[in-house]
Write a protein that binds this ligand. Structure first.
Ligand SMILES: [Zn+2]
Length: 307
């Protein structure tokens, strides 16, 4: 699609993932105009930065000088040193923001990819109209972002996303399920992610049915319903803990598992089985922007920092 045909590009966002780096151009109101995907380099930091810089150049060529450009990164970016850490990228301890600044002579706005997801859904997405939005991604990993009044929640020590995937699963959630405690990729034992992310659902299917199948295959399997109910119950326990800590008005679900049939209804029902006084449940919605949310949220974040 030609950018000039679709409208004038005003800003850009880049979503950095383990397999691809996606750049997007946006017009007025963050309307998507064009996107471009490049494979993430599996080499070293220099190779990684070469692909990222190529995407920055593509956006800069289509936007006005000094247009807001945001970058969503998985993992943690130290708010004081800029040092980045992400399990699936060759950036450990390196300063991605400083490297881009040196190359282009200007600043770019960085934020965590789950925070970008939550921000994108809070601004014109499924969380529009709510003052607090938890954007929960249920995919190959599990993590969330938290937005207050349409902005990334300010003032956090490490600028962490809501790392609910690496919170230890509660004993009451496992009661009667006869499931083992599993060592997570992060090194800790019994993280929610090991049960509730995509590979976790496959693990539940194997434990319950003795079958090695995907989430989609499970949904179509005659005995898959029981496994999906256990998965929903464990996911709702994670959601309940996030709810008790953050009390969001709205929870937006994203990631591959959010596309399983009836996920919002399943989680709402499982959450209702965890009453505490007269707590009102948060609105549960499925993401509007899907995979585009990382780049869109990064662009919105960049725009909010530009005077
Ligand atoms: Zn973990």
């Amino acid at each position: 699609m030609s950018v000039s045909q679709a409208g004038t590009a005003l800003c850009g966002g880049i979503d950095v993932g383990g397999t691809k780096i996606e750049a997007q151009l946006f017009g007025a109101g963050f309307a998507p105009l064009a996107k471009r995907r490049l494979p993430t380099s599996r080499g070293d930091f220099r190779d990684f930065m070469a692909v990222l810089a190529e995407q920055v150049e593509w956006i800069m060529a289509a936007t006005p000088k000094a247009a807001p450009i945001g970058v969503a990164l998985p993992g943690i970016v130290d708010p004081e040193t800029g040092a980045s850490t992400a399990a699936n990228l060759p950036i450990g301890g390196r300063n991605v923001a400083a490297a881009l600044r040196t190359r282009f002579g200007r600043d770019f706005a960085f934020l965590n990819d789950c925070s970008a997801f939550a921000l994108s859904e809070a601004r014109g997405g499924a969380g529009e109209g709510f003052e607090t939005v938890l954007g929960l991604i249920l995919g190959t990993g599990v993590a969330a972002g938290f937005c207050q009044r349409g902005a990334e929640a300010p003032g956090r020590l490490n600028r962490l996303a809501v790392e609910i995937g690496h919170v230890g699963i509660s004993a009451r959630a496992l009661e009667g399920l006869n499931l083992p405690l599993i060592r997570c990729g992060c090194g800790r034992l019994g993280c929610y992610e090991t049960y509730v992310a995509g590979p976790g659902l496959a693990r539940l299917a194997e434990a319950g049915l003795g079958l090695r199948i995907s989430g989609e295959e499970l949904a179509a399997h005659p005995e898959g319903e029981a496994v999906l109910e256990i998965w929903a119950d464990l996911a709702a326990e994670a959601l309940d803990q996030a709810r008790l800590l953050l009390d969001p008005q709205c929870v937006v679900l994203g990631g591959g598992l959010s596309r399983l049939p009836g996920v919002a209804e399943r989680l709402a029902a499982a959450l209702a089985r965890r009453p505490l006084g007269d707590l009102r449940p948060p609105a549960l919605r499925i993401a509007t922007f899907g995979d585009a949310s990382g780049g869109r949220g990064a662009a919105i974040h960049a725009g909010s920092l530009t005077p």
